[in-house]
Write a protein that binds this ligand. Structure first.
Ligand code: NAD
Ligand code: UFG
Length: 343
């Protein structure tokens, strides 16, 4: 296939995963248009993407719930596919403001799907999450494992997955994949783009990075009494560059008309404990990460990791980077940009 024949709409394109995927899309030769309301990202991302690729692309500041805006965009551009990253993703906030999450994530996706359909664009890669598995009965999750999200955020992902599954079943013209990401971390190896959370980070890697740079005194480890190798929580961390490659691989298959299962896990198939991540980060940064062990975080599971057999066998994709690469790149981004995109 020749990517330069294809134009892709990337929703949430200035966000963490969207920006890394956009760089890869441009470098592969795809034409792209990004839409983002900048509710959780910075306009400065755009210059960084341009600096990395030296390729022009359009950016629209706007909301995917804005039907008239979407209608205009789909009229102006002849898209072949959409990669749909736009959404709210903070677990705790989703429990505090459930209606915001239903509105933004679910209604937003429905507005997008309607406008895609009107414009005869029926190819979609959707950002789902391992959070749909909730507390699995087995630590290794395949796409067929039981689904039981434990919070409102996860529920929004499962509801969208179900809508997309029904849509594809009833109208086979739709080519859809729900990518279930495990734990994306790290940054582009240039240190020009990376994860830039607002306020106190919810997730492990940005928290560790901010301790290393001196913005926070210590890491709080949420429990060391799980039934895991060292008692701390174990997760399947995947390098953001591998995750971005997974999107390119999925998109190419869909555009070529290859039949794919609708739900696909993207992880590495290995899990690391909090202590193992701290050790790898200390090695990568030559910094010491002080920590304090506190009680478990509500809703956390002891261990979960991906069965990636299907992705390996069907996407011409496999993860290349290990936990040391992830920590090195996360630290390069943090140390080059102590205040993230706030220059
Ligand atoms: P992010 O917050 O960095 O990116 C999401 C982007 O969407 C942001 O730039 C935000 O401004 C934008 N956005 C939100 N609502 C919008 C709306 N209504 N209209 C237009 N733009 C809107 O998050 P991310 O980590 O890049 O995640 C991307 C997607 O992947 C999300 O859907 C998230 O739920 C999903 N996901 C993320 C993770 C993770 O750990 N990062 C794991 C699993 C799934
Ligand atoms: N942890 C700490 N201290 C912290 C942050 C995290 O000890 O300050 C521990 C957690 O208890 C867990 C591990 O580090 O054992 C990873 O926690 P994260 O918050 O980084 O990741 P989660 O697996 O809890 O959840 C993340 C996203 C979810 C997403 C899921 C799977 O927050 O939205 O990955 O993709 F669904």
């Amino acid at each position: 296939m020749n990517p330069s024949n294809y134009k892709i709409l990337v929703t949430g394109g200035t966000g963490y995963i969207g920006s890394h995927t956009s760089v890869k899309l441009l470098q592969e030769g795809f034409s792209i248009v990004l839409i983002d309301n900048l509710s959780n990202s910075s306009i400065n991302v755009l210059n960084r993407i341009k600096e990395l690729t030296n390729i022009n692309f359009d950016f629209i500041e706007g909301d995917i719930r804005d039907k008239r805006l979407l209608r205009r965009i789909f009229k102006e551009h002849k898209f072949d596919a959409v990669i749909h990253f736009a959404g709210l993703k903070a677990v705790k906030e989703s429990e505090e403001k459930p209606l915001n999450y239903f509105e933004n994530n679910i209604s937003g996706s429905i507005v997008l799907l309607n406008e895609m359909d009107r414009a005869n664009v029926n190819c979609l890669v959707f950002s789902s999450s391992a959070t749909v598995y909730g507390e699995p009965s087995e630590t290794k999750c395949s796409e067929d494992s039981q689904l039981c999200p434990k919070n409102i955020y996860g529920q929004t992902k499962l509801i969208i997955e179900e809508i997309l599954t029904s849509l594809k079943k009833i109208q086979p013209k739709w080519k859809i994949v729900n990518l279930r990401y495990f734990n994306p971390i790290g940054a582009h190896p240039s240190g020009l783009i990376g994860e830039d959370p607002n306020g106190e980070p919810n997730n492990l890697m940005p928290y560790i990075s901010q301790v290393a740079i001196g913005k926070r005194d210590k890491l709080f480890i949420f429990g060391d009494d799980y039934n895991t190798t060292d008692g701390s929580g174990k997760r399947d961390y995947i390098h953001i560059q591998d995750l971005a490659d997974g999107h390119i691989a999925t998109l190419k298959k869909l555009l070529q008309g290859s039949p794919l299962k609708i739900n696909i896990n993207l992880g590495t198939g290995k899990s690391y404990s909090v202590f193992e991540v701290i050790n790898a980060f200390e090695k990568a940064s030559s910094k010491t990460i002080p920590f304090e062990i506190i009680s478990r975080r509500e809703g956390d599971v002891g261990e979960i990791y991906a069965d990636i057999t299907y992705a390996n066998d069907n996407l011409d994709w496999s993860p290349k980077f290990d936990i040391n690469d992830m920590c090195k790149d996360a630290w390069r981004w943090q140390s080059k940009n102590p205040n993230g995109y706030n220059e």
